[in-house]
Design a protein around this ligand. Structure first.
Ligand code: ACM
Length: 672
């Protein structure tokens, strides 16, 4: 089959799979209880929505946005909200008991009943109603007669109360539109905490009116004004999302010292850090002026951010400056502080006094878990699950980020497999109640505003489901089926995770068509973990993020589809699946020549040719193996040669790796 036909054929398979399930089993996160009803509620141009509530709530604006999105999907030109004064109506009816507060443990439950004549969405709070409206939108289905919502009864509430996404706006600056569109994505996935990582070695990203040298000298001009911060908080509030700011201290703080070297534990001058890693500069815990400064600064910030929780970082302070600082060594002696951990605990206690004075609860990375700290702080477990267990047992509230590092480009199934409270967890009921949930972390060493969405979405949907849905919801294949569908829906919110790649490709191709590069990118992924840093390029904040690993996505869909076809072929010797596998391999094999031709006029893609060549070689081997299987041949020498080619295809090129190597290796194994 020619290449285009194969791709169209694959696309039709994918789309028909989506259409087939365009019913109750397309929801993500999966609700607590879903009971199918009989019939369909038809969506027409006369669609109306009505709210019953005692006072205006977030739901009014929520229904307006709901109708806009429904309109955008159906093209029916539905009247804007409010479009009726009656209640109930033969449309969407929202019943709310009272406005919710943006606080931990707020009620987010809802009950949705859809019949062929009307839809009732009942919630204790407006926040629950917002969650319910996202479910309704996901239920939108289509058949020969048009759009409809399937009749059903859904009872839903989250499993965990803290379901967050961290965005680091420091390593690479991420402006307002990135934040807003990702807040919309969070709301669509029922996430409820935006953790805003605002200060780092590489940038101090918020205006301080008290200490303007912080943002003026620590940001290269890229920072959020306080007006913008208020705008983000209001935007998040409207979507039922809390905003928890993080000021990462005493380490990760070089950018503070550019304007305020007196805060550091070694003399300046300091410059904004351009490289990535763990650096020595740390605040001086032995100088009272540090605490006076922090008191004034944190008091300013505590007033700006209404949330009860406030994150002080606390991670990766190696204390190198402290070792050499006479004042810190004197402090150790005076206070009987045995080591740097004890010094940091002392520092944290001083911060705690300031936060408590401002009626805030402290959150920090798991390094702040020190015996001397009171149990009313919250621990964010990132170095492994041990800290979560230890903290919960010791009576601390805790949430999980280990396993949810989305910057590491691991698969959605990897993240999905990490549960804050897995079935085999050894914690008693009291300790379990301290496990609040978790947060996906979007660290920004290797993302620009152009690429960041592709590192957050759609994989964060799998984490959102882990944190919202009942623990029993863990079928990986089913998760991927629904993920493909919700990923498309996220585009309507302005998220660029699917379309951004074409933009990067067009730029790299300098006028050539994107087809061959798109095919290459469909079967490769960026190196996972921290490996991308060790491949020769010394990344800094100034390195362009427009190369091959930026234009391909983590956990691409095609290798998974290919792997499934290979598995089915091998399990059942199914000739149709054999043909699908062979056609794909044929496409990959022939792609190289086309890319090579394009490279003549597009120098930026020349470094990509070696991995394209590897893909060609691997595909040629795959086709050879299929032929051998078909003909029942055995040729030990040829197979040895094939094995070498398969192993060579695992070599990373341009910080990317081919993601169909294991599947081809399985075909090799079959013919052993
Ligand atoms: C961290 O990743 N250093 C919290």
């Amino acid at each position: 089959m020619p290449r285009i036909k194969v791709l169209v054929f694959s696309l039709i398979l994918l789309l028909s799979a989506n259409a087939m399930f365009a019913q109750l089993d397309q929801l993500m996160p999966v609700p607590k209880v879903v009971k199918p009803g009989t019939g369909k509620f038809r969506v027409t141009a006369k669609f109306v929505a009505s709210i019953r509530e005692k006072t205006p709530t977030r739901a009014d604006d929520g229904v307006r946005r709901f109708l806009q999105r429904l309109d955008g999907r159906t093209g029916l030109n539905i009247p804007d909200f409010p479009n009726t004064i009656s209640f109930p109506v033969d449309g969407l009816n929202v019943l709310i008991d009272h406005p919710g507060e943006l606080k931990l443990h707020e009620d987010e439950s809802y009950i949705l009943v859809i019949t062929p004549s009307r839809m009732m969405l009942e919630a204790v709070t407006d926040i629950g109603a917002l969650r319910g409206m996202e479910t309704v939108l996901q239920l939108l289905s289509v058949d020969g007669e048009g759009f409809y919502f399937p009749a059903c009864r859904i009872e839903d509430a989250p499993r965990f109360p803290w379901r967050g996404l961290l965005i680091d706006v420091c390593r690479h600056w991420q402006p307002m539109d990135v934040i807003k569109r990702n807040l919309d994505g969070m709301a669509a996935m029922k996430l409820n905490v935006f953790h805003w990582h605002l200060s780092e070695d590489q940038g101090f990203r918020i205006e301080s009116k008290k200490f303007p040298r912080l943002h003026q000298m620590g940001s290269n001009g890229d920072y959020f004004t306080q007006e913008q911060v208020k705008e983000v908080i209001a935007y998040a509030d409207a979507r039922g999302i809390r905003v928890v700011p993080e000021f990462d201290i005493p380490g990760h703080s070089t950018a503070w010292f550019v304007g305020h070297p007196e805060l550091a534990s070694a003399p300046g001058p300091y410059a904004i850090e351009k490289k990535f890693g763990v650096f020595d500069p740390a605040m001086n815990p032995a100088n009272e002026t540090t605490y006076k400064f922090l008191d004034e600064f944190l008091t300013e910030m505590c007033a700006l951010f209404p949330d009860e929780y406030f994150h002080i970082g606390g991670d990766e302070n190696e204390g190198k400056q402290w070792e050499k600082n006479a004042e810190v060594n004197q402090l150790k002696k005076d206070k009987g502080l045995a080591d740097n951990h004890a010094v940091q605990a002392y520092f944290n206690q001083r911060l705690l006094e300031i936060l408590t004075e401002n009626r805030k609860r402290m959150v920090g990375w798991d390094e702040i878990l020190q015996p001397s700290m009171p149990t009313n702080i919250v621990i964010q477990s990132w170095r492994g699950k041990e800290a979560l267990i230890k903290a919960a047992n010791a009576g601390y509230d805790v949430m999980l980020s280990s396993g949810y590092y989305i910057d590491l480009c691991q698969s959605a199934s990897f993240h999905y497999g990490h549960d804050p409270l897995p079935a085999d967890v050894v914690l008693d009921a009291k300790a379990k109640a301290h496990v609040l949930g978790g947060e996906a972390t979007m660290w920004a060493e290797l993302v620009s505003p152009e690429t960041i969405d592709s590192r957050i979405w759609p994989r964060t949907c799998a984490i959102a489901e882990r944190l919202w849905s009942p623990a029993e919801v863990k079928d990986v294949a089913d998760m991927y089926r629904r993920l493909a569908k919700v990923s498309l829906n996220l585009e309507e919110l302005g998220l660029t995770h699917l379309r951004y790649a074409e933009v990067l490709m067009r730029r790299a191709l300098a006028g050539e068509t994107t087809g061959p590069l798109r095919t290459l990118c469909a079967v490769i992924g960026p190196l996972q973990g921290y490996k991308r840093h060790g491949q020769g390029i010394a990344y800094s904040t100034e390195t362009p993020l427009t190369r091959l690993p930026d234009m391909c996505v983590p956990d691409p869909e095609l290798p998974r589809e290919f792997g499934r076809a290979v598995d089915e072929f091998l399990a059942k010797s199914d000739p149709i699946q054999g043909m699908v596998v062979k056609n794909w391999l044929d496409v990959f094999r022939n792609n190289h020549k086309e890319l090579e031709n394009q490279a003549a006029n597009a120098p930026a893609i020349r470094p990509m040719l070696p991995i394209s060549q590897q893909l060609q070689d691997l595909s040629t081997v795959g086709i050879g193996l299929l032929d051998m299987l078909e003909k029942g041949q055995s040729d030990a020498a040829r197979k040895d040669q094939y094995r070498l080619t398969i192993e060579k295809a695992r070599t990373p090129v341009q910080e990317c790796e081919i993601q169909i190597v294991d599947a081809v290796a399985k075909i090799w194994d079959k013919g052993k």
